[in-house]
Design a protein around this ligand. Structure first.
Ligand SMILES: [Zn+2]
Length: 123
Protein backbone atom coordinates (compact mmCIF):
# COMPACT_ATOMS: atom_id res chain seq x y z
CA UNK A 1 0.00 0.00 0.00
CA UNK A 2 0.99 3.61 -0.54
CA UNK A 3 1.06 6.01 2.41
CA UNK A 4 -1.73 8.58 2.14
CA UNK A 5 0.52 11.45 3.23
CA UNK A 6 1.46 13.61 0.26
CA UNK A 7 4.92 12.94 -1.11
CA UNK A 8 5.56 9.89 1.08
CA UNK A 9 6.84 6.86 -0.78
CA UNK A 10 7.22 4.59 2.25
CA UNK A 11 5.44 1.25 2.41
CA UNK A 12 2.19 1.77 4.32
CA UNK A 13 0.67 -1.05 6.34
CA UNK A 14 -1.26 0.74 9.09
CA UNK A 15 -4.93 1.05 8.20
CA UNK A 16 -6.87 4.07 9.43
CA UNK A 17 -10.27 3.19 10.85
CA UNK A 18 -13.17 4.98 12.49
CA UNK A 19 -15.44 3.73 15.24
CA UNK A 20 -18.72 4.77 16.84
CA UNK A 21 -18.71 3.29 20.30
CA UNK A 22 -21.73 2.04 22.15
CA UNK A 23 -21.38 2.76 25.90
CA UNK A 24 -19.58 -0.07 27.69
CA UNK A 25 -20.22 -2.57 24.89
CA UNK A 26 -18.94 -2.96 21.35
CA UNK A 27 -19.03 -0.46 18.56
CA UNK A 28 -22.19 0.29 16.61
CA UNK A 29 -19.93 0.45 13.58
CA UNK A 30 -16.18 0.52 13.08
CA UNK A 31 -15.17 0.35 9.44
CA UNK A 32 -11.63 0.46 8.24
CA UNK A 33 -11.06 3.06 5.57
CA UNK A 34 -8.98 2.75 2.41
CA UNK A 35 -6.29 4.98 3.98
CA UNK A 36 -2.93 3.58 5.05
CA UNK A 37 0.01 5.14 6.87
CA UNK A 38 3.67 4.14 6.86
CA UNK A 39 5.61 3.38 10.06
CA UNK A 40 7.05 6.89 10.17
CA UNK A 41 3.77 8.76 9.77
CA UNK A 42 1.96 6.37 12.13
CA UNK A 43 4.02 7.51 15.11
CA UNK A 44 5.17 11.07 14.44
CA UNK A 45 1.81 12.69 15.24
CA UNK A 46 -1.12 13.76 13.12
CA UNK A 47 -3.83 16.34 13.08
CA UNK A 48 -7.15 14.61 12.33
CA UNK A 49 -10.09 16.71 11.15
CA UNK A 50 -13.49 14.99 11.20
CA UNK A 51 -16.71 16.16 9.54
CA UNK A 52 -19.84 14.11 10.19
CA UNK A 53 -22.57 14.57 7.58
CA UNK A 54 -25.88 12.75 8.23
CA UNK A 55 -27.38 10.75 5.36
CA UNK A 56 -30.23 8.27 4.98
CA UNK A 57 -28.34 5.76 2.85
CA UNK A 58 -27.83 3.03 5.48
CA UNK A 59 -24.13 3.21 4.74
CA UNK A 60 -21.07 4.58 6.53
CA UNK A 61 -19.31 6.48 3.77
CA UNK A 62 -15.74 7.43 4.66
CA UNK A 63 -13.42 9.76 2.78
CA UNK A 64 -9.86 10.19 4.01
CA UNK A 65 -7.37 12.59 2.50
CA UNK A 66 -4.20 14.50 3.26
CA UNK A 67 -3.41 18.01 2.02
CA UNK A 68 -2.02 17.84 -1.54
CA UNK A 69 -2.14 14.04 -1.23
CA UNK A 70 -4.55 11.30 -2.12
CA UNK A 71 -8.22 10.93 -1.29
CA UNK A 72 -9.72 7.50 -0.68
CA UNK A 73 -13.34 6.52 -0.19
CA UNK A 74 -15.07 3.43 1.15
CA UNK A 75 -18.75 2.55 1.61
CA UNK A 76 -19.68 0.15 4.41
CA UNK A 77 -23.25 -0.93 5.19
CA UNK A 78 -24.60 0.26 8.55
CA UNK A 79 -25.73 -2.12 11.29
CA UNK A 80 -23.93 -4.98 9.63
CA UNK A 81 -23.49 -6.94 12.83
CA UNK A 82 -27.18 -6.90 13.78
CA UNK A 83 -28.28 -7.57 10.23
CA UNK A 84 -26.00 -10.57 9.78
CA UNK A 85 -26.97 -12.06 13.13
CA UNK A 86 -30.68 -11.74 12.40
CA UNK A 87 -30.30 -13.24 8.92
CA UNK A 88 -28.22 -16.14 10.25
CA UNK A 89 -30.76 -16.72 13.05
CA UNK A 90 -33.49 -16.93 10.41
CA UNK A 91 -31.47 -19.53 8.51
CA UNK A 92 -30.87 -17.21 5.56
CA UNK A 93 -27.77 -17.27 3.41
CA UNK A 94 -26.16 -13.90 4.03
CA UNK A 95 -23.13 -14.33 1.82
CA UNK A 96 -24.65 -12.79 -1.28
CA UNK A 97 -26.65 -9.96 0.24
CA UNK A 98 -25.35 -6.54 -0.80
CA UNK A 99 -27.13 -3.67 0.97
CA UNK A 100 -28.26 -0.68 -1.10
CA UNK A 101 -25.48 1.84 -1.56
CA UNK A 102 -22.71 -0.67 -0.85
CA UNK A 103 -20.30 -2.42 -3.15
CA UNK A 104 -19.65 -5.29 -0.73
CA UNK A 105 -21.78 -8.10 0.61
CA UNK A 106 -22.83 -8.06 4.22
CA UNK A 107 -20.75 -11.05 5.13
CA UNK A 108 -17.67 -9.70 3.39
CA UNK A 109 -17.86 -6.63 5.55
CA UNK A 110 -18.94 -8.41 8.72
CA UNK A 111 -16.23 -11.03 8.80
CA UNK A 112 -13.77 -9.25 6.52
CA UNK A 113 -12.96 -12.79 5.49
CA UNK A 114 -14.88 -12.80 2.26
CA UNK A 115 -15.28 -15.90 0.21
CA UNK A 116 -14.50 -18.59 2.76
CA UNK A 117 -16.88 -17.19 5.36
CA UNK A 118 -19.61 -16.66 2.77
CA UNK A 119 -19.37 -20.28 1.69
CA UNK A 120 -19.70 -21.42 5.31
CA UNK A 121 -22.81 -19.34 5.84
CA UNK A 122 -24.40 -20.61 2.63
CA UNK A 123 -23.61 -24.32 3.05
ZN1 LIG B 1 4.22 7.98 5.13
Amino acid sequence: MVCIIAGCRNRARHNFGVRLRRPRIWAIWAPNTEAYLCDEHAVQGLRVEVTLIPTDTGVVDTEVSSPRGGLVRRLVPLRTYDLVLSMLAAGECVGDYVPPGSDRSVLDVFLDGGEKAARLACS
